[in-house]
Write a protein that binds this ligand. Structure first.
Ligand SMILES: Cc1cc2nc3c(=O)[nH]c(=O)nc-3n(C[C@H](O)[C@H](O)[C@H](O)COP(=O)(O)OP(=O)(O)OC[C@H]3O[C@@H](n4cnc5c(N)ncnc54)[C@H](O)[C@@H]3O)c2cc1C
Length: 293
């Protein structure tokens, strides 16, 4: 199928895009990498009257790592997130997750802003943003606001973003030194969306017990979800197989996992428990060795 007709605007700057969104609001859509929007247009599942292409807005491509954390301009391509040594050093979980997005051709075009705005519950970037308590910077004619990840993803493909708001950047807090990490997922074919994915980080305290754990799950609900209760329960425990296995079961309590053509709810539950266990084990193995005093 072909998309319904629309007016196309190539904004030269974020400010121009914001002005266009102010004018056309709910009748407009931002076009970034086009990897999610163009299929939706072709299937006529989205019918905007105006498309605001932001690919010429060079300021949206910038990345910065400083004492406040990692700041990625909305147009940062997944391939850059995957391959940039600076991004990997600042946030290895994010780079690992980016590598799992679709195929290289999709990662060359797809952007972090587009992935966060699209809010697919199986997508990797929203899951990492949630796991690390990141935030989204959104700009409209009314000004700029920071929306914490915990309040951004509302339901299936639905976010707290207003129709006239443009995501300009995505922020990740500073990486906690001494943390191990893992993004672990399962998909039936390489390049497919993961059926379930798990973002995890772990940090140990002086006694060798767990001082901090972060776990977020993709594909388990209408949005990515954080296993906050399990994260708290892990604190003070000794790392080990029994701890990881118990966390895998505990994290799914109260979660109503969906069933679809990729698998039943029972299958997803089994898979999610196994992946949480695996993600925590790998995160633990990757905790940097301590240098003896
Ligand atoms: C075959 C295939 C496999 C894929 N596999 C995966 C996968 O495994 N994991 C995964 O996460 N994704 C996957 N994707 C999607 C891909 O990651 C997209 O890049 C991403 O979801 C959207 O990014 P985009 O830049 O292409 O956004 P677009 O498609 O341009 O836009 C997506 C949505 O976000 C809005 N938007 C975009 N940028 C902004 C902005 N700055 N401000 C406000 N709104 C904005 C658009 O209006 C639109 O509603 C796949 C896509 C394909 C075609």
């Amino acid at each position: 199928m072909k998309p319904p007709p629309f007016e196309y605007y190539a904004a030269d700057s974020a400010q121009e895009a914001v002005s266009l969104l102010a004018e056309y609001g709910p009748d407009a859509k931002v076009l970034a990498g086009g990897q999610s929007l163009v299929p939706l247009l072709a299937l006529r599942m989205s019918r905007p009257e105006h498309l605001v292409d932001v690919n010429r807005a060079a300021e949206l491509e910038q990345q910065r790592s400083d004492a406040d954390g990692l700041h990625l301009g909305a147009l940062t391509r997944h391939r850059v997130t995957e391959r940039s040594a600076g991004i990997r050093a600042a946030n290895p979980l994010l780079s690992e997750a980016a590598r799992l997005i679709g195929h290289a051709a999709i990662r060359n075009r797809g952007t972090i802003g587009g992935s966060i705005a699209h809010a697919d519950p199986a997508a990797e970037m929203p899951t990492v943003l949630l796991a690390l308590d990141g935030a989204v910077e959104a700009v409209s004619r009314h000004g700029t606001r920071q929306i914490p990840a915990s309040g951004f993803f509302e339901s299936y493909l639905t976010t707290a973003l207003e129709p006239d708001e443009l995501i300009t950047a995505v922020h990740f807090p500073p990486w906690a030194p001494g943390s191990g990490w893992s993004f672990t997922e399962f998909s039936r074919r390489s390049g497919d969306f993961g059926i379930i994915g798990v973002a995890a980080t772990l940090r140990l305290g002086d006694r060798g017990t767990i001082a901090e754990a972060r776990i977020a799950i993709s594909g388990g609900a209408e949005t990515a979800v954080r296993a906050s209760r399990t994260e708290k329960a892990l604190i003070g425990q000794f790392p080990g197989d029994g701890t990881w296995i118990a966390a895998g079961c505990d994290a799914l309590e109260g979660l109503d996992l969906p069933a679809d053509l990729h698998g039943s709810a029972a299958y997803r539950r089994h898979l999610a428990a196994a992946l949480i266990e695996r993600a925590l084990r790998l995160a633990h193995e990757r905790i940097p060795a301590r240098v003896p005093a």
